[in-house]
Design a protein around this ligand. Sequence first.
Ligand code: WT7
Length: 649
Amino acid sequence: MSDNIESHLSENRIFKPSKEFSKNARIKSMAQYKRMHKESIEKPGVFWAREAKELTWQKKWTKALDWKPPYAKWFVGGKLNVCENCVDRHLTNGRANKAAIIWEGEPGESRTLTYRQLHREVCQFANVLLAQGIKPKDRVLIYMPMVPEAVIAMLACARIGAVHSVVFGGFSAESIVDRLSDCKAKAVITADGGYRRGGVVPLKANVDEALKKYKSVETVIVHQRIGDKIPMKRGRDVYWHEEAARVSTKHVAKAFDSEHPLFILYTSGSTGKPKGILHTAGGYLTGTYSTCKYIFDMQDDDVYWCTADVGWVTGHSYIAYGPLSNGVTQVMYEGAPNHPDFGRFWDIVEKYGVTIFYTAPTAIRAFIKAGDQFPDSRDLSSLRLLGTVGEPINPEAWMWYHEKIGGGRCPIVDTWWQTETGAIMISPLPGCTPTKPGTATLPFFGVDAAILDETGEECAPNEGGKLVIRKPWPSMLRSIYGDKKRYRDTYWNDYKGMYTAGDGARTDRQGNFWIVGRLDDVLNVSGHRLGTAEVESALVEHKAVAESAVVGRPHEIKGQGVVAFVTVKGNIKTSEALAKELRNHVGKVIGAIAKPDEIYFTPSLPKTRSGKIMRRLLKELVATGEVSGNITTLEDYSVIADLQKNLKK
Ligand code: WT7
């Protein structure tokens, strides 16, 4: 960790929000932030009850928090409908004819849904789900392109109390199988395809392949995005538009318990099996609502755009539930940032007058590399606030974002959070927090973050340790679906009663949090979590592979790249062609994001005498070409020497 800590220590540039920004922002001064943060930590029930009261509850709760570590219940006894809060609520508060979603397809077409239109679509699709026999708590897998129907499908599930599990459209058929069988989904909602980089992603074909292996899905509802003729299995597959035509556009939202399950979202951990992170209705909605309000400072005339995919948690919290519960207007874009060229995002900002823009450091680095001519030739003056998420942002990228995209006038909110936390946990508040390039700064309301050493003592400023959250918060995960033991072991075992994030971090003298990166065997590739064990297990599934070890290496654009060391079976000959085949194999098993950037064949892997692969050495080797530190536990030093030669070639 020490290298990162050193490089961060030299960062002394401080940026304060302008007086004008602060004047109009919800939180206007550090004194106000401190006062509210203090209250939120000392009296979480009081603080969060006030936030939750801004939402619509069909029945009020009796107790704000019930905390029996590691299980929290928020707004106990309360009943609400999450979808009603995101949609119906705005029909009576003056926003009925306001644009909810302004969508742009990759080929260039555009579509606007007002809150009234969104309501009609969601009600109708809720009726389609009901007609297909979907009941409260049934799991529904959603595998969609970035079209409004993806959000409509999520909201319709929430509306009838079904639990959605969105799978990113870039994941493979086999990834769908794993998730279907873990959550035992009854239905799948997909599309005939989606546009990406000029091509068509064959979503329905992937679903068909997955359903050859997982046979318990009763219904597949297919949204027609492309319009090509595709195979439809009789008795199982139906078209969205045909079913919608048969049902009413009216639906009254019933209330569900505050702790009713809302969704399961799979994320990588340190084993080969992804974890189904479970979120529930009332607390999650309160957390995403409140963070949008304070961190993105959403105002009624904002045009907000988050560039994430709905397949990741960012798309759940900051495309679907947070922005819509705030009644904001948002832009949604289907395709790639570089289609037809790297000016696409800036065209969209100019065309729709985007005011708040939320993206990932990996995208920013790709834009820097593409050249300043793209943003320079567009009018970005509508922007007033910028955000980043997914990984630590390097100071160069921060400065470029600040100057080139923000014109030097927009505060940047570097937001730290996780699939598990549901909502942003550490971030500047744009109207008050002094920012420095590279730090997510200070904990949000209700977040009791700390950095602890191995003994559980709080680290001194600039001393690296483990990032923990010491108190429950409304949008926290409730469990790993179907695996309470893994939930306790993964998150609650390091320090009694505290949540361990799995990230290394330090604070500076002003109390700013600097996130260093994952402490487990999880990589962060383009802002997305990827378990090295998942890639390893995909590799050893291939008939040529005997053993493999996967590590990350710093990557200019992606943050981390994937490097695989592979030992082949006795009679197999290694070749460039085999390396290519293995890369494609990983793409097929997991998805393109997991394809190794480099594959090294090696007769053996460095191991301890007890047979454990020493990934630490491999990691060092790919980063620096050398290994240092303690190698006395290594069984056979010549393995390292051979690898060193191999890597130099
Ligand atoms: C991991 C969570 C939260 C939505 C996207 C990723 C890293 C996330 C930041 C940030 C430094 C960050 C952490 C975290 N991370 N945001 N602003 N600064 N690191 O969600 O897939 O659940 O991954 O992403 O390592 O643990 P995720």
